[in-house]
Design a protein around this ligand. Structure first.
Ligand code: SF4
Length: 398
């Protein structure tokens, strides 16, 4: 029975290879956390304790909350926690957590809005009718506000604030609200609440019944697509620095190996030498080609001028001749222009479009690769498919 969590889907969307390492191969790496996730976990745990005590009619003081947080930080910290931004220390991050909690506490004290009905609530939501595909529910805090109104609260410790429209499209809490809708008979409305604690900011969003039905369908389709994926390509992005699999990822493994080498061995690395030589020769080639193209263009213009001056169309060299022909060509509007759309409509209306349009094999290959059609249609395509391997080298700055 496939079960997917929000983070599992995000992992695939961010980088299919990272997803494969984490959820298919289940590779264990030495560094289990980045300092950002470590900080997030400790802040979550401290807030969970604050509200758990509150459930038992005990209000922690701010000092107690911070002491609890600092105790967790000290007990859980491991030297293997990765700090990507080298200019900051563990202490800087610990203090961020303190500031987040302190601001949160002052803003929300005495924490008496609504009734707490769940802390770190976990369950599963069936996405399909047979209940085969499940979405893992994990709600930081679930509140009953009375009169059938519920609130799903989520704490975010990240260092960027989303736009409202991003939250209005957010999948995670919206799926959780589907679960809330299912759980409570008196359900009327759910408010989705994000606490961006690093900014001391609370943001919210609502979903209609129709939006939630669409979301359920889209999430189900997404999970099916992930499940049937056969290729797990690396997606290099700015997030790679925070990826715990960077040391084994083929896109970065060599750099990680180089960083571990002493200076004298570093420059002798065969891969490094190959790249430096390749880039040098390619640079020379590009320069020669550019110079040659410039010369060729000048000669072309000189030949055209010679023909016009002498009234000839062929110019003779010692072993070759060059024939200069002037011709006129017809142009039609380029792709993605309004004129092009108009032209297509006209050709369609006179029944001539199929006579002048060609099969786009690149689009077909993309459809097959991304499984954009149903299986029967894809099978029809597969009969004509052949696969070849080739290599493409691209140079970029590190
Ligand atoms: S390092 Fe980047 S490309 Fe490699 S697996 Fe991680 S996220 Fe993907």
């Amino acid at each position: 029975m496939p079960s997917f969590s929000h983070s599992k889907i995000v992992a695939f969307e961010t980088c299919p290879l990272q997803y494969k390492y984490a959820y298919i191969d289940r590779i264990k790496v030495e560094a289990e956390d980045t300092v950002e996730t470590f900080l997030g976990s400790r802040v979550h745990e401290a807030l969970e304790k604050l509200y758990r005590d509150k459930k038992y009619e005990r209000l922690m003081s701010l000092e107690e909350l911070l002491a609890y947080y600092n105790k967790l930080w000290k007990e859980e910290w491991k030297d293997s926690v990765v700090i990507v931004k080298k200019e900051y220390t563990q202490e800087n991050y610990r203090k961020i957590g303190e500031r987040c909690l302190s601001d949160y506490y002052k803003r929300h004290k005495p924490f008496d809005r609504g009734r707490i009905i769940g802390l770190e609530t976990t369950d599963f939501l069936a996405l399909d009718e047979e209940g085969k595909y499940k979405f893992h529910i994990r709600i930081d805090r679930l509140m009953d506000m009375g009169n059938g109104v519920y609130e799903v609260h989520d704490y975010k410790t990240g260092s960027s604030l989303p736009k409202q429209e991003e939250l209005d499209q957010d999948r995670q809490l919206a799926v959780y609200s589907l679960w809330v809708r299912q759980q409570f008979k008196d359900f009327k409305k759910v408010r989705l609440v994000w606490h961006y604690v690093a900014f001391d900011k609370e943001m919210d969003s609502y979903r209609t019944k129709e939006q939630l039905a669409t979301l359920r369908k889209e999430t189900f389709e997404k999970i099916k697509k992930i499940e049937s994926a056969e290729e797990f390509l690396a997606n290099v992005s700015g997030l790679c620095d925070w990826c715990l699999y960077k040391g084994i990822c083929p896109m970065w493994k060599h750099e990680v190996q180089l960083e571990e080498k002493p200076e004298n061995e570093y420059l002798n690395d065969p891969g490094l030498k190959l790249v430096d030589e390749y880039v040098r020769i390619k640079g020379e080639l590009d320069e020669h080609r550019r110079e040659a193209e410039e010369k060729l263009e000048k000669l072309k213009q000189a030949l055209i001028a010679f023909c016009a001056k002498e009234g000839v169309s062929a110019v003779f060299g010692s072993e070759n001749k060059i024939t200069v022909k002037q011709y006129e060509y017809i142009k039609f509007p380029g792709k993605n222009t309004e004129e092009r759309e108009e032209l297509i409509k006209i050709l369609q209306s006179i029944g001539k479009l199929s006579k002048v349009s060609d099969l786009d094999v690149y689009v077909l290959a993309k459809i097959l690769k991304n499984k954009e059609w149903d299986e029967h249609q894809l099978d029809l395509l597969r009969k004509f498919e052949t696969r070849e391997k080739s290599h493409r080298l691209s140079i970029s700055k590190k």
